[in-house]
Every structure is written in structure tokens, then in C-alpha cells.
Design a protein around this ligand. Sequence first.
Ligand code: PMP
Length: 418
Amino acid sequence: MQSKLSNTLRQHFPYFFSPNSQGRVYLDSAATSQKLQSVIDITQQYYQERTVNVHRSSHQLAASVTEQFEQSRKTIQGFIGAKSHKEIVWTKGATESINLVASGLAKGHFKAGDSIFVSALEHHANIVPWQQVAQANELQLKVMPVDANGVLKLDESLQLIDSTTALVAVGHVSNALGNINPIAAIIAKAKEVGALTLIDGTQAVSHLAVNVQQLDCDFYVFSGHKMFGPTGIGVLYGKYALLEQLPPYQLGGEMIEKVSFERTTFQPPPLKFEAGTPNIAGVLGIAVASEFIQDNRMVMLAQEQNLYQQLLATLTAIPQVRLWGDKVNSICVMSFIVQGVDQYDLAVLLDKRNIAVRVGHHCAMPLMNVLGIDGTIRVSLAAYNNSAEIETFGTALIECISLLDDSVNQVTADDTVF
Ligand code: PMP
């Protein structure tokens, strides 16, 4: 498909040039992004030419791959502006990163009567672990509210954070609506009352420059597969002193210092949290992906902004479309419903035209309840999309809406016969 805007970024993603993807429009990057050729290459190279384990054997190749593995930690340290590479813990994804922190804090950080704050916009991965910790420890799970469009009510939220707040866990960007949350103000308020902060940056890191030292959050988590990298790899950033206090998450090889049948001592962070053989290819891949994002940030941002404006114009021109979320403070994700039409039917019709969008609650059921809807259709873009794809989507959407309206008319006509 030819782009109206030239999109040189696209050439780095082989998906778009594979025979199977021709004629398909991929607008579901918030679910997972397409993969960089460089990520595929380094993964393949590891499995084809450099397969060894890390941190174990001392032969040459093992030493070389271990160095590459640890260098990747430094690359991610630079990517998010952490103070030390020892603050970067490899996990299998944002979900595991949050569970690691939640299960560790549950073993002693909280006292009865404390509260944990999440926002109404959270992904289930940043609700359920805290809810379970709260239920098991007589804590209260409190929710920062949103307005009728699903935008965080900042003033109200800040007022709710008080001396009983032990932890604030909030998304940097909403996966369901695309909103960029005002996390700097939230972190500042949490610090004022002595609460810890965990930021879920899963939808942020491929779109926004993140500096965890400037943010001064305690924990920041994300997944490789939403930033053009592999699945099964994620990051937990934590301030080193906190990682030192946090108990280990899983127990086994590599996270230990000394083991006897009587007792075990553990490695210092980050290895304390990395029991067992890690996802070595994943680690190499996420590092390469983060370098690409850093090197191309300005071009990507410009492309995303152009595409977002085009998408906004396309959707606002259709009278039945109701948009959700913040249209200004947003990454290039748009969530909407079409009034008078079943959203699932609409998504099926779009899929028949080879347009991939996501429909449903987007793992944010509580948010959908607050907004009083079952779900939305979510179009999520990345810098590799192009203007022609949005045109194709717009034309198909109008066509599908009119088809569904016709079928409603048809049913009504049939009904009158009977
Ligand atoms: N948080 C947010 C905001 C997300 O979008 C997702 C993935 N949809 C997650 C957490 C969980 O990420 P993963 O499934 O990669 O662990």
C-alpha cells in the first residue's frame, strides 16, 4: 500500500512486506506491535549462532553472550533514564513486573488500614494484583475517578491521596482510551504523603520519552512486545534501595549467593529477582528495540501526530461516532462507539475487509462500567502506519455502518410483515 506521507520507518518492519500481509490494515498496535527487522535478526542470531546460557559457563561464547545480556540492561537503563543498570529487572512482561512488586510489598510493607490507589483507567494487570493484596491484608483499594469522557479527574484524585495511602499504582497511558495521565502531579502528591508509586508504562514507552529519575517514581514497568520487541520479555525498574528491601519473587538457580540444606542467601538486585534461565533472546531483542525508538523518536512522533490528526478528522466527520478519552493529551489511540450499531458486528465487518481493530473492554472492565458501556472499538496506531491506511479504514467504516443500518432497516421491514 502506498503512503501519501512518505513513511521511511515502515521499511524496518518486515511484516508490511510479507505476501500474507498485503491488503491488510493493522490498527491494533496497542495489543501488540509489529516487530523490527533488527529485533528478528538479533533473536535469530542468538538461536542460530550464539546459543548458550548466561551467568553460568565460563567458555568464550557464554562470556560474550553474558556480556551482551548485561549490556542490554545498560541500554534499557539509558532508555528510561535510570540511575543504575542494577535497577533494571528482567521479567516476562508488565504483568509479571507488577505481580513481582505486589507480592513483595504484601510481605511486610503494608499495615492494616492502609490504602492502595489505582485509577479508574487501569488495565486489569494493574488492578487485580493490588485488589488481591488489599483483600488479603485488610487494606482498602481506592480508585481515582474519571469524567464522562474517561479523562482522569486530577484535582479530585489528588485530594483523595492522604496519609493512609501506602501506594499509588497508575498507568502512564491508558491502553483502552489512549489518554496520557498527569503522572508527574500524582507522583508528587504521593511523595508528599510518603506513599510508594508504581507507574505502568506499558503503553507509554514506544510513544513518549520517559525519564524515571525526573519522574521520581519508585517503580516503572513495561513489556517488550508493545515497543516493537519480542513477546515474553518485560522490565521492572525499581529504585535500588527499594529493590534491596523487596523479598525475592521466585526461588531457584541464579538468584542465590550460597545454598546449603539449612539456609540460602540471595544475590543482590537485580539478579535476586531473576530465578532460572532468563529469556535471553528477549533481552537482546528489547534492547535493540529501545535503541531504535531512541534513534527515531522525533520522526516517529511527527508521523504519529499526523496520523492521529487524520484519524480524529475521519472519525469526527461521522455523525454516529462517539469518541472517548482525551483528544489532546493522548497517544495515537482512538476509542469510539458508533451509536445505533452493535460494536462487535462492526468489528466483524471491518475484519472481513482486512482491517484489524480491537473491540471490547480492552482488559479494563471497571473503566467500561464507570463509563456505562460494554466496550469500545479501539484503533491503535504506530509510526509505521500510513495515511493511506487511515483512508482505507475511514471508507470501510462508513461502508460498514451503512450496511449495519440497512440490516436494521431490513429487520424492521420484516418485522412489520409478521
Ligand atoms: N498494562 C497496560 C496498560 C497494558 O496495555 C498491558 C497489555 N495490554 C498490560 C499492562 C499487560 O501487559 P503484558 O500482557 O505484556 O504483561
